[in-house]
Ligand binder design. Structure first.
Ligand SMILES: [Zn+2]
Ligand SMILES: [Zn+2]
Length: 288
């Protein structure tokens, strides 16, 4: 079997399967590495209590990461401040926009500190809403993202960026800010365009950035073998049966990959590049 990596996924031990079960099934399908990204506090059924709730989600994430590790899967742990949180905190929790900005900045600063100490591997998700929202809220999300990028530059944290899907514009806006803050060429690699279209992933790679591409069977069948293997696949499985959204289980992604290799649709080298080489190079982990 080809060792398979999931470059961006979630686990929800409160509402879904939780990391232990996910890791077991993923491992059976060839999984060796997983970047586990925290969900927002309310997704875990937590009552919202400001900053403390984010700290609590990080504790939960770290416990989930341990479950993954104990099942023989190498794990990278990331926690962020999702752009959708900005809207949620204003609409559902009645927070004032400026307070949301303060909270978001405080949360990413805290995460960067944990990242510098080696407790977290990176910040994610941060970024911009992929749907229409108020201009001020889009700007608040952008300011939090910009701070996260600065912290990535200073501390070497990986950042999973959740962005709108506007190809050149999306890439151009990130690249502009990266140049403004003097992001060194080598550090650009730490910035990951999550949920990226394959074409954007290739362009992002040319400028020195990283990207993860959704590992749905349809997309994998269409794209793998035809596009330069310069990205990592992601399931982005939210592990919550009550939340709609494109769900691909990490093990389904892994099984799809094994089948494509077995059928000779992609070479072993191509599969290794995506699932091992790119992961080893971004997360600085030893190969499986
Ligand atoms: Zn996302
Ligand atoms: Zn995600």
């Amino acid at each position: 079997m080809i060792p398979v990596a999931d470059g961006h996924t979630h686990s929800n031990p409160v509402r879904g399967l939780g990391a232990a079960k996910i890791a077991e099934r993923f491992r059976e399908a060839g999984g060796w590495f997983m970047a586990l990204v925290a969900l927002s506090p309310w997704h875990y059924g937590m009552e919202f209590r400001g900053f403390d709730s984010y700290a609590e989600t990080i504790d939960l994430l770290l416990r989930e990461c341990k479950e993954v590790e104990e099942r023989g899967i190498r794990v990278a742990c990331l926690a962020g401040f999702h752009p959708a949180d900005v809207d949620r905190l204003i609409d559902k929790y009645g927070m004032k926009p400026m307070s949301v900005l303060d909270l978001g900045l405080r949360v990413v600063e805290h995460e960067a500190k944990l990242c510098r100490e080696g407790t977290l591997d990176g910040i994610g998700e941060v970024g911009r809403q992929h749907y229409k929202t108020f201009p001020t809220r889009a700007l608040i999300s952008q300011l939090i993202l910009e701070r996260a990028m600065e912290l990535a530059r200073d501390y070497g944290c990986i950042v999973h960026m959740h962005l709108e899907q506007e190809g050149e514009t999306t890439l151009g806006l990130i690249d502009l800010w990266a140049s403004r803050i003097g992001m060194p060429g080598e550090a650009k690699k730490l910035l990951v365009f999550h949920h990226s279209k394959p074409s954007l992933a290739v362009r992002a790679h040319k400028l020195g950035y990283s990207a993860t591409v959704p590992g749905t069977p349809a997309l994998m069948t269409r794209v793998l073998g035809n596009v330069d293997p310069v990205f990592i696949l992601e399931s982005d499985h939210i592990d919550d049966p009550n939340r709609p959204g494109a769900v691909v289980y990490p093990w389904v992604m892994a099984e799809t990959l094994q089948k494509l290799v077995e059928k000779g649709r992609i070479s072993r080298e191509y599969a290794y590049k995506i699932n091992v080489d790119n992961v080893v190079s971004l997360y600085r982990v030893p190969p499986p």
